[in-house]
Ligand binder design. Structure first.
Ligand SMILES: [Fe+2]
Length: 461
């Protein structure tokens, strides 16, 4: 089975490029080395952009079923006063090292059936560390939602190893921690699947030890990718994607068969007080799906939540389908929404702020938890990058040449930085955030291909 992208294909897009972004292995691993600079890098840009995603889409002659199964790779760009160095490495996770030593797949759908049974009995799986990067207390962690954090050396990208953050992480740790400035802490969650699925909540203070905040029982075993935090609440939209836990344990069938969309169950709006996690406000609304939140903030007894909304869950399968196999283009239908939750009346209303398809929303650092006026997004099936004015809905954007695509934008010191891709090479694009339509002021070029990176973080020098 070939994992291949079925992203929306805007007019003029390079279909082959979109395909290989989600299916072609990282071309070369290396430590920091000078990148070729096109244009002029801002002199004040001093720090490192870390990006994480799948870097290897199969082994031993067999392709993984879905890009989400890919072995993680981290790509970093270190900006230093007009120059840039780049590095790119696969995470040397325990599972990957075991498989390479054995010369065969030991985990996931690619493993032989007797091995899958043994893994299930022993509760073992491969932590691919392939989704995002978290910087915390000077340390760097690669995250994926079905495993614990994998610590990475920020200086040379060497894999340090899996960690439970001092005995705190009970099972899994999601790829989407969120910072709450007023509490001087970041928050995250992880699911524990069992007879009763538990939503485990974690607090990571700027100083001091991580701690487990509480456990909230969930109806059914859902897939839960992201959440958002305000000064007072942790907010989850628990969509009706249900995990087939027995199938997941024994890893039978295809990867996409582990997840089922059950719209009749609706989406649960779950608002958990940080100060009192045992007493959440929860109610259900008509089914919708979201991968990512942008921001949320308190407004009296209301919570205002910005997120990218999908009608259903087709986007998951589309990532793994060959180009041109279907006409469905769920990514085109993903819109930036603003929801208002009334905690007392238990009501939820949600309206699109823009009709432009988008994904990977981010904010200016420090704007989290406040009424922000700008969010940054990738648009048009990764062909464009831009900003949404949340007061007017106006989108300011730049569309790349047809031979290139771009990923999640991060705001850094008045600039947007994002990893872009052509067929043969990846590049870090740097935009003036006030003049996005002018195109990048500079690009720092790798001499090789880098596959899709989902999320990243920027660490100032
Ligand atoms: Fe994500």
């Amino acid at each position: 089975m070939v994992a291949a992208i079925k992203m929306p294909v805007p007019a003029g897009a390079d279909v082959q490029l979109l395909h290989q972004l989600w299916s072609k292995d990282l071309a070369r691993e290396h430590g920091f080395e000078p990148l070729e600079i096109e244009g002029t890098l801002p002199a004040n840009l001093r720090g490192t952009l870390y990006r994480n995603g799948p870097g290897q889409f199969g082994q031993f002659g067999r392709r993984y079923d879905h890009p989400f199964e890919g072995d993680g790779a981290i790509t970093a760009i270190r900006f230093d006063g007009g120059r840039a160095q780049g590095a790119s490495k696969l995470h040397q996770t325990t599972g990957l090292r075991e498989e390479r030593a054995a010369g065969t797949s030991l985990y996931g759908m690619a493993a032989p059936w007797h091995r899958r049974i043994r893994n299930a009995v022993r509760g073992r799986g491969k932590n691919t560390a392939n989704t995002s990067v978290m910087a915390w207390q000077g340390r760097l962690f690669a995250l994926m939602e079905a495993g614990k954090p994998t610590e990475v050396n920020p200086l040379d990208l060497a894999t340090v190893g899996e960690t439970d953050l001092g005995g705190v992480v009970r099972s899994f740790f999601s790829a989407h921690p969120h910072r709450v400035e007023s509490r001087k802490a970041s928050y995250n969650f992880g699911l524990t699947y069992g007879r009763q699925t538990l939503l485990e909540l974690y607090e990571l203070p700027d100083t001091g030890a991580a701690r487990h905040l509480g456990s909230v029982p969930l109806a059914g075993p859902p897939m839960l990718h992201d959440f958002i935090a305000t000064d007072t609440h942790l907010i989850f939209f628990v969509s009706p994607v249900r995990v087939n836990v027995p199938r997941m344990l024994v890893q039978v069938g295809r990867f996409d068969q582990l997840f089922q969309w059950k719209p009749e169950l609706g989406t649960e709006i779950l608002c958990i007080p940080i100060a009192d996690p045992g007493h959440p406000v929860r109610f259900s609304v008509d089914a919708f799906y979201q991968w990512h939140f942008a921001n949320a903030f308190d407004r009296g007894s209301e919570l205002v939540v910005d997120y990218v909304r999908y009608a259903g869950f087709r986007s998951f399968n589309e990532m793994a389908e060959a180009p041109g196999t279907k006409t469905a283009r769920d990514y085109d239908q993903a819109h930036y929404h603003r929801a208002v939750i009334d905690l007392r009346a238990k009501t939820f209303r949600s309206e699109p702020l823009s009709d432009r398809g988008c994904e990977f929303p981010t904010l200016e650092p420090g704007a989290e938890g406040r009424a922000h006026t700008r969010a940054f997004v990738a648009l048009d099936g990764l062909r464009s990058i831009g900003a949404i004015d949340t007061t007017t809905g106006v989108v300011t954007s730049h569309t790349l040449e047809a031979t290139a695509v771009i990923s999640e934008p991060l705001f850094v010191d008045g600039h947007l930085v994002a990893l872009g891709h052509t067929r043969d090479r990846a590049f870090a694009a740097v935009y003036d955030a006030a003049r996005i339509p002018d195109g990048p002021v500079a690009r720092a070029w790798f001499d090789h291909h880098v596959p899709i990176t989902f999320h990243g973080t920027y660490v100032p020098a």
